[in-house]
Unconditional design. Structure first.
Length: 573
């Protein structure tokens, strides 16, 4: 798509409605009579046909509770578009449920779905010549997929988050899906019985909405706000809250204002906007999947965002939000005290955000936050910048002879020793580790390596919440280091290092690790090293041979051929 270096003025163009930049190609002149006839078959009037066309991408489905409540929001988006002079066109795209596919072969389809979502939204909007786009999404990959499409298309766009789930309750305590995964480890360790597990299972997820902690979905909804692609305050609204319907309706009106003003995603998605997004995430203890999805969105916007950039920003940003999985609170609690705008206002006042970045309101970040009270009575969920949970942010990046391209560790909510070294137990896929945990073969002090789970080797970088939940449940969360070229759920926490690159499938050093080796994690110098000589490493890698691809047909086969490294977002084009 062509980029727009200057804003296009509103008003008429050859009799066209303001904002009807591309759709006129399908509606004007005698040669488009067949096209208009097809539109009339959908109940469109002359006025509807003459109005700007807005694609409304819906990820509503019955695959996952994260997306099961999106249809009412899509209906409100369309009301907002119509009320402000546009013609909305709803169309669907896919999502998969990470939580339901977790720990199975099907989880290999998760990261792949991000590309399919981006490609499908792009394809429909490109083919139908839509003037603008509003996308509503809930589950983890549908959020970055939609934002990637917006950056790629560069037509006026607004992102709508489907909203978070409410907390569940069991025996007087708030619980959520992370609790259930960890309960699996507890029952394996004999700490609870099946009746207790059933009670937790039956009460953790009370209705529609995305997983409640600062896991990947809520991390990405916060990123949408920080980038300026979503309306202020919308990232934290629960799915079932009536405010979510109102903000969805407002998003429909907002895209029409962007069309009139000629404000495009690449006016919003500046280098500074991505720095704002990283700053917000590390200040909130967000998901390690940030290190995949933000570089991927930046790639589509023509901006190079590296792991080292993320690390540098984390080093200068305090952790101020006490959010699960490493902290105490869920998105419902953050929403109660002011949501993402409260976090952003405190960071802005401390000089940590770029306030002059444009947003989908047509105003700058600073203008959006001008009336936010930075000092509500509640300072427990979100701490003051002067009194942070830690002086640096929640994500760090390590390099070393085991990860020349880098790897990612989430430190939010954890007190790791500066150095850790231990004997290695190597596994070539996630299922082998789960079986070893069930046999209680993983012990305190071990370094567990799971390889051939990277973008190509998995394929698709399966998340490993089942494994990490079991480790925490067995009391090993900070007593064992888990290292992989795959990735982790936003709900995972503990001593876990992911995205090790280059991955094993392309002959990265992680392919050379052997049982009984020693790996050292050095958090003083942010290094991850296999304690063998350079000569030994080269000798092992010279004898390495690639495994045959696990899939030779269909979407997974295409993905293996096209996907790039995790360090640059695992993009396919």
């Amino acid at each position: 798509m062509a980029t727009h270096s200057t804003r296009r003025a509103g008003g008429k163009r050859n009799g066209r409605a303001a904002g009807k930049w591309r759709s006129w190609e399908t509606t004007e002149g005698v040669i488009r009579a067949p096209h208009r006839s097809m539109m009339r078959a959908m109940g469109m009037s002359d006025a509807d046909i003459d109005a700007p066309f807005v694609g409304v991408a819906s990820t509503h489905n019955e695959v996952t509770p994260c997306n099961a409540g999106i249809k009412p929001l899509v209906d409100e988006i369309k009301v907002g578009v119509r009320a402000t002079g546009g013609s909305p066109f709803e169309f669907g795209t896919i999502t998969v449920s990470d939580a339901i596919s977790m720990g199975t072969e099907g989880m290999r389809g998760s990261l792949i779905s991000r590309e399919i979502i981006a490609d499908s939204i792009e394809t429909v909007c490109f083919a139908e010549r839509y003037d603008g786009l509003v996308a509503a999404a809930g589950c983890d990959k549908s959020l970055p997929g939609a934002m990637m499409a917006m950056a790629r298309l560069d037509i006026p766009s607004v992102f709508v988050y489907g909203g978070s789930i409410l907390p569940g309750h069991w025996k007087g305590e708030d619980i959520q899906i992370q609790t259930v995964f960890e309960a699996v480890g507890q029952i394996q360790a004999g700490q609870i019985d099946e009746e207790e597990l059933y009670g937790i299972e039956a009460n953790a997820c009370p209705g529609p909405g995305s997983c409640g902690g600062m896991f990947t979905a809520n991390t990405m909804s916060s990123i949408g706000e920080a980038l300026g692609l979503s309306l202020p305050g919308a990232a934290s609204e629960p799915n079932v809250d009536q405010r979510k319907r109102a903000s969805s309706r407002a998003a429909g009106a907002a895209v029409m204002n962007l069309l009139r003003e000629g404000i495009y995603p690449r006016h919003i998605l500046s280098r500074e906007a991505f720095e704002n997004a990283v700053t917000l995430v590390v200040a909130m203890g967000g998901s390690t999947n940030t290190a995949l999805h933000l570089p991927a969105i930046a790639h589509e916007a023509g901006i190079d965002l590296t792991l080292d950039d993320i690390h540098a920003i984390s080093m200068r940003t305090p952790l101020i939000a006490d959010m699960k999985p490493g902290g105490k609170y869920v998105m419902f609690d953050l929403d109660r005290v002011g949501g993402v705008p409260l976090v952003s206002k405190r960071l802005l006042d401390a000089g940590l955000l770029h306030g002059d970045c444009m947003t989908v309101t047509g105003k700058t970040m600073a203008e959006n936050l001008a009336n936010v009270d930075p000092n509500p009575d509640e300072n427990d969920v979100v701490r003051l910048v002067e009194d942070p949970l830690s002086e640096s942010g929640g994500l760090v990046v390590l390099h070393g002879n085991l990860a020349p391209d880098g790897c990612v560790l989430k430190v939010a909510g954890h007190q790791f020793g500066a150095r850790f070294s231990g004997p290695v137990k190597v596994f070539d896929q996630e299922e082998e580790v789960m079986a070893a945990l069930q046999r209680r073969e993983i012990e305190a002090g071990d370094v567990v390596v799971i390889r051939y789970e990277g973008p190509k080797g998995g394929p698709g970088m399966r998340e490993m919440l089942a494994v990490t939940g079991a480790l925490v449940g067995q009391g090993l969360g900070e007593k064992v280091y888990l290292i992989t070229d795959g990735r982790f759920s936003g709900g995972s926490h503990g001593s876990i290092i992911g995205h090790v690159g280059p991955e094993a499938a392309v002959g990265g050093p992680i392919a050379a690790v052997q049982d009984g080796d020693t790996i050292e994690i050095n958090l003083d110098d942010f290094e991850l090293n296999l304690k063998v000589s350079d000569e030994e490493m080269q000798d092992r890698l010279s004898n390495w041979h690639p495994k045959p691809p696990p899939y030779t047909r269909g979407s997974l086969s295409k993905y293996i051929k096209l996907v790039g490294p995790a360090s640059s977002g695992a993009v396919t084009g």
